[in-house]
Each structure stands twice: as C-alpha cells, then as structure tokens.
Write a protein of this length. Structure first.
Length: 172
C-alpha cells in the first residue's frame, strides 16, 4: 500500500511537470491543493529564472515569473513567505524561514545594493515609492520595473556575485 502511494505521488509529479509546460497561469488556477501549487511554482522557478552564463539574473526573468502568477495566490497583508496558500514574492521564489535560495538572495541584494531599499518594505507596502499600489502583484512588478530602470548591469552583477558568495559560504 505504501509503495502504491509513493508511485502515485511520483506519477502525479511527472504529470504536472509534463502537462504544465509553459502555461503556468492556467495550471496554477486549476491547482487542487497546496502541494500542487508548490510543485508548479518550483517548476516555474526552474524554467523561468535560470542561472546562465550571464553574470547576473536578469530583472526581466523576475518580471516574467511574477506576471504569470494569478492574483489569488498573492498575500494581501504582510506575511512571512507563505501562509494559508498565500505567498509573498520571496515565498513564490522558494524562500522559507532560515532557507534562502540564490534567486531570493540575489533579488534582495538587487534592491539593497542597487536601490538602497529593503525588499520586505516593498512587500509589506511601506516603501514610499510604491505605497500607492495596493495590489501586491502590481506593486512587485512596478518595483521590478523601477529596479530595472534605476540600476546598471554592473550593480546587478555585483549584487549577484555577493549573493553567490554568501550562498556558497565564501563571503568575507
């Protein structure tokens, strides 16, 4: 019986991976439970935000990722990454308590080093530049366009390099 459950879970993960393809929004809207949502979000991160030979993760990749996530999964009030199948931007990217990823750490440093802003202030709607945007999805996307317009490739490269050094334990 236990082996059957394991095979069933593996099959379901394979089916999600094969059927979702690049039509993430449609499958997120149809997700039946939080496990399916998390599987689709992980697949999105792996497909849309990649560590290439480029010296940094492009802001356009973050924008494309967040644009595909339906509003119903965005937390309206400040939360700590994930609560009741609602997420903040870092939670969508896989951030958990005491468990950063290179992608989330890089994004935080883009805001910190590139704009001298704290990303959590943007997420919690206390950053003055974006306080007029009530919708958390629109606020995040607007802040990413602001980030794109007000940082250089050098800023992004330095922030990405710093995040990599911290994640791999070589930062001094």
């Amino acid at each position: 019986m236990e082996k059957h459950k394991t095979l069933s879970k593996t099959l379901k993960k394979t089916i999600i991976h094969e059927t979702v393809g690049n039509n993430f929004t449609r499958y997120l809207n149809k997700a039946e439970n939080s496990r399916d949502v998390r599987a689709i979000l992980n697949l999105m991160v792996n497909k849309l935000i990649t560590d290439k030979s480029v010296p940094y993760i492009s802001v356009e990749e973050y924008i494309g990722f967040f644009e595909k996530i339906p509003l119903k999964y965005w937390a309206i009030r400040p939360i700590f990454y994930k609560n009741d199948d609602k997420y903040d931007a870092l939670g969508f990217l896989g951030e958990r308590v005491h468990a950063s990823t290179l992608i989330t750490k890089t994004l935080a440093f883009y805001y910190q080093d590139g704009l001298n802003m704290n990303i959590t202030h943007v997420l919690d709607n206390i950053q003055p530049e974006f306080i007029d945007v009530e919708n958390p999805k629109d606020r995040m996307i607007k802040s990413l366009y602001y980030l794109k317009e007000n940082t250089s490739k050098g800023d992004l490269n330095r922030a990405y390099f710093k995040a990599k050094k911290i994640m791999y334990g070589t930062y001094r």
